[in-house]
Design a protein around this ligand. Structure first.
Ligand code: ADP
Ligand code: MG
Length: 346
């Protein structure tokens, strides 16, 4: 990408026989907040480490503002890159208070303490400047780590699951603080998250990793609505899948015939929130289980061979709004929201 702040081109990194990165491409644009998602082991952390210069490359290259900073046998060390890092294990200096932790990367600057104070303020911790790491909660420590990473005004900041290990309330709060701080600073950021919902909610752009490759990048909406593969669709959240045979561009599904545009074996996929279950004595599915509390329920249904055969043995999981939740044991007819069924070859 022209004008990228930080870019990996065909990045390869092997550990023994295994390729953690198998030719991954990703470019971070100026001012952009991008999220990197994908199943565990797909290479997210390795890509971040390679981009930061913590990990060497076996193939491909990493460029910072168009300059090659990593290539096989060649690596500009992390401290000579303008990249900030935030990881889950905060690694604050235990013997330094919050302010000194933030000022650490500003050593030699006359205004180091003033700047550190400003960044602590930006993450809402001005009052804790004199506290030592052990006197801070996990969320507060992570905010200090963020201020420390931002203070030297890096060209980009890489965050590897910075919110995991925090309780849900703190996660939400810290996520907001982090996003606000990044936007205020105008810093480009790449955030690795195993929480897809979080990633889709906060990012300008999402990249989905699969087996050492970046399988797809795009806006959260685009990637969510038009995944290029079933693996990408699965990485984006819960999804029900059905194997089917398509003939003449049509396949049978629990929702009736679906236009596939393909012939031969296909996999049909649909998000649980796009499924409705309409009570119908002649319906091909039976509600087997209802779980959850609150306004939405997770309803499990199983295909029942009465009148129809296409649903026999097929399992459905639907997220249904409370007023529309069927009775346990009820016979139902599944309906799909318009355009919600995705078709993949194979
Ligand atoms: P993710 O962050 O997406 O969970 P990682 O980048 O941590 O994935 O790992 C990708 C693959 O590379 C995994 O199979 C992992 O076991 C392997 N791997 C990562 N780092 C090392 C290492 N230092 N030594 C050996 N294998 C590694
Ligand atoms: Mg990881």
């Amino acid at each position: 990408m022209g004008g990228a702040i930080l870019e990996a081109r065909g990045a390869v990194r092997r550990f023994g026989a295994q390729a953690a990165l198998a030719g991954a491409d990703f470019a971070l644009a100026p001012g952009e907040i991008a999220a990197l998602i994908g199943p565990s082991g797909s290479g997210k952390s390795t890509l971040l480490r390679v981009m930061a210069g913590l990990e060497p490359l076996d193939g491909g290259e990493v460029l910072e503002r168009g300059q090659v900073v990593s290539a096989p046998g060649r690596r500009v060390p992390p401290e000579r890159r303008r990249i900030g890092l935030v990881f889950q294990d905060f690694a604050l200096f235990p013997h330094l208070d919050a302010l000194s932790n933030v000022a650490f990367g500003l050593k030699g600057r006359a205004d180091a303490r003033a700047q550190a104070t400003r960044w602590l303020g930006l993450v809402g911790l001005a009052a804790k400047a004199q506290a030592y790491p052990h006197q801070l909660s996990g969320g507060e420590q992570q905010r200090v780590a963020l201020a420390r990473a931002l203070a030297p005004e890096p060209a980009a900041i890489l965050l590897d699951e910075p919110f995991s290990g925090l309780d849900p309330y703190l996660r939400g709060e810290l996520q907001e603080t982090t996003l606000a701080a990044l936007r205020t600073a105008g810093t480009s950021a790449l955030l690795v998250s195993h929480d897809t919902e979080e990633a889709l909610a906060v990012a300008d752009r999402v990249a989905v990793m699969d087996r050492g490759l970046v399988a797809q990048t795009g806006s959260p909406q685009d990637v969510h609505d038009h995944p290029v593969s079933l693996s990408v669709a699965r990485a984006l959240g819960p999804i029900c899948t059905f194997a089917a045979q398509a003939a003449a561009g049509l396949a049978d599904s629990p929702f009736g015939p679906v236009s596939t545009g393909l012939s031969g074996p296909v996999t049909l996929a649909i998000r649980p929130e796009a499924i409705g279950l309409v009570p119908d004595a002649g319906g091909a599915f039976t509600v087997t289980d209802i779980r959850g509390v609150g306004l939405h329920r997770t309803v499990h249904a199983v295909g029942h061979a009465v009148g129809h055969t296409e649903g026999a043995g097929v399992k459905l999981v639907a997220f249904i709004d409370l007023p529309l939740v069927p009775e346990p044991g009820a016979r139902v007819r599944p309906v799909a929201a318009p355009g919600a069924l995705q078709v993949f070859a194979g």
